[in-house]
Design a protein around this ligand. Structure first.
Ligand SMILES: [Zn+2]
Length: 160
C-alpha cells in the first residue's frame, strides 16, 4: 500500500501567555524618628516600642526599593524611564526625608507614628500619583529600616 500523504497545516496557533514584568529602583536615605504615641505615657510607649520610644530620637539608614509593573514599550523596550523614576523618588522621598527628624519635619509624622509600616504607606501615597493605570503602575514599596527588617506595601494590599 503506498504511503498516504499527510498535509500539515503551516498555520501556527498563537498562544498568548500573560506574564508580569517588574522593574525595581533602589534609593537610600537617613532619618531620625521617635516611635511613640504622643497620647500615651512614657511607660506605656516603652512597653510597646521599647528603646525606639526614647524621646530624644534615634536614626536609621533606610533603603527603599520601589517596584513598577507593566509591559515594556514596543519602541523603547523600557517599562518605565529609570532616570525619571529616580527623579520621582528623589523629589518625593529622598529630598523631603533625608537627614530629617521625621516626627518634627515631615508631615504626617507630626501626628502619625513613623514606624516602617507607616513610612511605607506614606511613600506609596506620595508615589502613586506619578504612574498611569494601564501603563507602568506602582506594584510594591519595600522599605528596609535595618538590613534585617523590611516592610512590603503592595498593590494587592491596597486595591484588593
Ligand atoms: Zn527606629
Amino acid at each position: 500500500m503506498p504511503p498516504r500523504r499527510i498535509r500539515i497545516s503551516k498555520a501556527i496557533r498563537r498562544i498568548s501567555i500573560m506574564r508580569a514584568m517588574f522593574i525595581t529602583r533602589r534609593v537610600e536615605f537617613s532619618a531620625s524618628h521617635i516611635c511613640a504615641n504622643p497620647e500615651w505615657s512614657a511607660e506605656r510607649n516603652f512597653a510597646v516600642y521599647g528603646p525606639a520610644s526614647n524621646p530624644h530620637g534615634h536614626g536609621h539608614n533606610y533603603a527603599l526599593e520601589v517596584t513598577l509593573e507593566g509591559e515594556p514599550d514596543a519602541a523603547t523596550g523600557m517599562l518605565f524611564d529609570l532616570k525619571r523614576l529616580k527623579d520621582i523618588l528623589t523629589e518625593e522621598v529622598v529630598e523631603p526625608m533625608d537627614h530629617r527628624f521625621l516626627n518634627r519635619e515631615v508631615p504626617p509624622f507630626d501626628h502619625v507614628v513613623p514606624t516602617a509600616e507607616n513610612l511605607a504607606a506614606e511613600i506609596w501615597r506620595r508615589l502613586e500619583k506619578h504612574f498611569t493605570p494601564g501603563l507602568a503602575r506602582l506594584s510594591n514599596v519595600r522599605l528596609y529600616e535595618t538590613e534585617d527588617m523590611f516592610v512590603d506595601y503592595s498593590r494587592e494590599a491596597v486595591s484588593g
